[in-house]
Ligand binder design. Structure first.
Ligand code: DX5
Ligand code: ZN
Length: 217
């Protein structure tokens, strides 16, 4: 079995020491860097925008896994691509024309991910699953780091794994919110491919060691 991929969430980083934080990520076994963009409309919080992310992109050597918690994310495909991003995740709940947005992201040269809130069932993706590179399951309500993992996410990973097997698609399953060594292990056991972790990594006494432990779940 392949090792799980780890995508540390920048939201929990110490922004007063951003350069050092990113250097640690660069020197770790982290596979990607997860970037949470919030608009204060779709989610009740605002994080960071493109002027800040341009610096992050310059300093970070890991592929960028961008998670847009904003309305009308299709308006920013060009900006996300200009950062050099590898993956652009949009929320199902913000895209009435999801199929079109997925195609636009792929046409721009990025991989396309669709994110589901905790209350959105996996079955809404039945008709687009083969068009996707990744499904990002939220295991907390989006907007803040450091929240408690919602246990029903385990069932959602199982449902998604079943859908992927039935359709023969190569979609990755990523999970985001309240992921630590304990919840991470349970997620890997049911078939998660990528774990996002903010607090568990950036607030750990030794970030590099924590990433190493997560890689070996
Ligand atoms: C929440 C964000 C997450 C968040 C995860 O809306 O999407 O990526 O940073 O943080 P933790 O791992 O601390 O729950
Ligand atoms: Zn996220």
């Amino acid at each position: 079995m392949n090792k799980v991929l780890i995508s540390p969430s920048l939201l929990s980083a110490d922004f007063g020491n951003l350069k050092d934080e990113l250097e640690k990520i660069n020197n770790s076994e982290a596979d990607w860097l997860h970037i949470d963009v919030m608009d204060g409309v779709f989610v009740p919080n605002i994080s960071f925008g493109f002027p800040v992310l341009e610096y992050v992109a310059k300093l970070c050597k890991k592929p960028l896994d961008v998670h847009l918690m904003i309305v009308q994310p299709e308006k920013f495909i060009k900006e996300v691509k200009a950062l050099g991003s590898m993956m652009m995740n949009v929320h199902y709940e913000t895209c009435p024309h999801l199929h079109r947005v997925i195609q636009q992201i792929k046409d721009s040269g990025m991989k396309a991910g669709v994110t589901l809130n905790p209350a959105t069932p996996v079955s809404v993706l039945n008709d687009v699953i083969s068009d996707l590179d990744m499904v990002l399951l939220m295991s907390v309500n989006p907007g803040f780091g450091g929240q408690k993992f919602i246990p029903n996410t385990i069932n959602k990973v199982k449902n998604l794994r079943k859908l992927i097997e039935e359709t023969g698609s190569k979609v990755l399953i990523e999970v985001d919110g309240g992921v630590n060594l304990e919840t991470g292990k349970a997620l890997v056991e049911v078939g998660a491919d990528v774990l996002v972790a903010g607090n568990a990594i950036f607030k750990a006494p030794d970030m590099i060691d924590m990433i190493h432990q997560m890689k070996n779940l």
